[in-house]
Design a protein around this ligand. Sequence first.
Ligand SMILES: N[C@@H](CCC(=O)N[C@@H](CS)C(=O)NCC(=O)O)C(=O)O
Length: 339
Amino acid sequence: MKPIRLSLLVLALASLGSAHAGKTLDTIKQRDQIAIGVSTGVPGFSAADSQGRWTGLDVDIGKAVAAAVLGDANKVKWVPLASQQRFTALQSGEVDVLSRNTTVTLTRDASMGLAYTAIAFYDGQGFMVPAKTKVKSAKQLKGATVCVQSGTTSEKNLADFSRINKLNLKPVVFDKFDAANAAYFAGRCQAYTTDTSGLASVRAKEAKDPKEHLILPELISKEPLGPLVRRGDDEWLAIVRWVVNGLIEAEENGITQANVDQLKADSADPVVGRLLGKTEDTGKLLGLDRDWLARAIKAVGNYGEIYERNVGEKTPVGLARGKNRLWTDGGLHYALPLR
Ligand SMILES: N[C@@H](CCC(=O)N[C@@H](CS)C(=O)NCC(=O)O)C(=O)O
C-alpha cells in the first residue's frame, strides 16, 4: 500500500467512534449562538411575548438543541419568518435550523437543498368556521371563500380537497399570517384553513370568544411537522435529529426536567445511564460532550412535558395528545434507539 493510502486509512480508522464536528456546528460554536427560524407568532408553537421572550413547542425544541450544543438554552437568535420566507432563510444560511410548524414533504426534503431531521408534531389540515353559520362538515362549504396563507401546504391541499369533492372553494390568499387572521375574523372569508393545531392557536389568540368558532371534524391531509436543516451537513442534521429523538426517548423512560439530575446520580437502569451520559458517551458520536441530552432535558423537559406545557389541554391552545402520544400509548411518536 502506498504511504498516502495508508495515512488515509489511518485517518479513517482514527475517526471511527467519534464524530467530526460539521461546518455548521463549528460556525455555531464560534459565534456562541444558534440562529433558529420560527414563525411570526403562532402561540403554542412559536410566539414572542411583549418582552421579546419566545415560547412554544418549536421554541423548546430549539432551546433543547442550544442546551445540547452550547450548554445554554438561551444562546439562540430567534428569527421570525413568514411561511413564504422560511425556506430561503434556511437555504441562505440566515438560520441554522428551521423549527417552525413546517410540514415535511418530498419536495421540501429532496429538491430544495433542505433535509428534515425528525417529526416533532403529527398534524393534519382542517377548517374553522364561525359557529353561527351552522356548518358542521367541510363538505358543506360549497363555493365558500377560504382564508389561507401563501407558501404553505395548506394552499395546495385546499385546491386538491376542493377538486376531489367538487366544492369550488375560493381561496383568499395572504402572504402574512396577521393579515389572514384579521381577514377571517372580520368576516372576509367564510372559512379559514391551515393545520388544525394552527387553527386552535389562531382561535385561542384572536377570537373574541373562542366558542364562537368551530374547527370542523375533517382532516384533509397529513401534516408531519418537524425541524429542517440545510442539506449537505450530515453532522448538524444528526445533532438536531437526535435531540428530538432524545426528548421522546426521555419520555419513554420516565426522565423529566425535575428528576433528570437525580436519575443521573442514582439510576441503575442501563438505558437511563446511557441516555444521560453516565455509563456511555453518545455525545462523542455527535461531536458533542457526554451530557448533551441531560442538559437538553434539564432545560425544557421531555417531549411530553414540552407538549403539555405549550399546547396541551390545560393551555389556551388546548390540544389533546391524540396522535402525538408515544407509540407505547397508541400514538405515533417512536423514538429511534439512542445507543
Ligand atoms: N404546515 C404547513 C403550514 C405552516 C404555516 O406556515 N402555517 C401558517 C398558518 S398557522 C403559519 O404558521 N403562519 C405563521 C407565519 O407566517 O408567521 C406548511 O408547512 O406549509
